[in-house]
Design a protein around this ligand. Sequence first.
Ligand code: AHR
Length: 621
Amino acid sequence: LFIDASERSSRPIPQTLFGIFFEEINHAGAGGLWAELVSNRGFEAGGANIPSNIDPWSIIGDESSIIVSTDRSSCFERNKVALKMEVLCNSEGTHICPSGGVGIYNPGFWGMNIEQGKSYKIVFYVRSTGEIDISVSFTSSDGLQTLSSTNIKASASDVSNWTKMEVLLEAKETNRNSRLQLTTSKNGVVWFDQVSAMPLDTYKGHGFRNELVEMLADIKPRFIRFPGGCFVEGEWLRNAFRWKASVGPWEERPGHFGDVWMYWTDDGLGYFEFLQLAEDLGALPIWVFNNGISHNDQVDTSSVLPFVQEALDGIEFARGDASSTWGAVRAAMGHPDPFDLKYVAIGNEDCGKKNYRGNYLKFYDAIKRAYPDIKIITNCDGSSRPLDHPTDLYDFHVYTSANNLFSMSHQFDRTTRQGPKAFVSEYAVTGKDAGTGSLLAALAEAAFLIGLEKNSDVVHMASYAPLFVNSNDRRWNPDAIVFNSFQAYGTPSYWVQRFFTESSGAILLNATLQKDSSNSLVVSAITWKNSEDGQTYIRIKVVNFGSNSVNLQISVDGLDPNSVKLSGSTKTTLTSANLMDENSFKEPKKVAPIQTLLEDAHKEMSVLLLPHSFTSFDLLK
Ligand code: AHR
């Protein structure tokens, strides 16, 4: 393997090359990255009509003590449904309430993770015909053990109109499968709406689950594409994600049923929060919006202007100053400065649908007129033939077998160097080669990513999909990060991405394999500067997709004979005993990179590549 480390053969890699794609799929956001513990906090999951679907809320007490229903008496205009609780028993008299009272509880998303010593902010809205005495508590899943509890009392006049209540609960114990209870032993009628329970400790205080964001931050993503995927489209337009319904005070958001991945979201994780997450990660936001097309229905191009206006308003929300209509809404949400929105995608996987081109052009023209600097991404693949519409980037998605993806490490070698650049916004090995996240899948993805890195003159961005799965709701396999209410691990595909954290903005070197009779090796080389130790490294990455170990002779040209220092160079390997090995909650790092010092680092060296492995050599220059 010849690496030419001289400047004459090198080329800068785009700053944006590797990022992430977040989709609200598999309960990635609701019950995942977004730390809200209550599911269906506004009792709105049945839609605007009543009786509404209050699931997963349940009732504590029997029919002789409590009647629970929903009505449309909420003080929030966009989500009128409220929960009505008629308490028939009392703490005195003939019909005494059961001990602990009657009421409702919410188990969250497959159980709330309540941790000893941590504080949780509980907010809810209440109204009553009389005085109230409500116990707010976290309990075990059967309600028998109390982890933390407080009482809220108010006179009838204080709660005759909707009133916001706010309390902090500190957990005395840890229970991974808790629930939130609102109970009383006071006879009367009480209405509840918008019940929220958030841990106080979230990523940068912005509502995201710490350990999950940290796993993202460790990939050093240069962009985040959001919020979907099919989630953006919907099976039907009426169920598509529409950004305006997801901004403003959380209490006022209507929530919606995502009919592709088949679950309700309260939309606490809305457009603003995605932009905030991008900023917190130091990643550029890439907003995918609906272009008037869902899986099953489409708006005619002649009637698409309201959608175009919605997109323009969304850009103004992100970028406008605080005196603009939508910039003011953003500022009121606590972010007076604009967000750094430079990329938008017009739809998702809609190319070829009847109205796509027509609709696309309406969006393209309007956005370029108002925001000439914004880069626009089309759904149509421009890698193999010229596009029939203008664009800055074209979207490219691939889900395939391991062998196919491995051979696609050459996919962009043949692509024209003219015209718009590629955004490989969704790639993964799927099907039986992948299971729920195998080493085999990850190795093929590593080879594919090396191919993208080497073709980064035409490929400007790439992201794996999907990013997250809540193990309780596997809608799509495999995924990069698996979690439940309290645990998380990266699949081998996640770990592969960690090998590329330094590639964006690095320098690509010319790396030529002289001989590879097995056709099982894929290699690249970059130089990158480590901001932590200030040192410059050459990183050589090699996938050995074959079942034999390989002795590789590496020769780094264009360096002083002694310039590769012997100390400080490392070798990192991702492999495992079996190709189909996966990680799990029990063995979260069964397939994870192992780093060792490279004792014999030199400009001429011989290295052993294990069968079915991905190895990177960081040579300290
Ligand atoms: O990543 C899962 C889905 O795959 C996305 O929603 C969609 O864009 C693609 O079909």
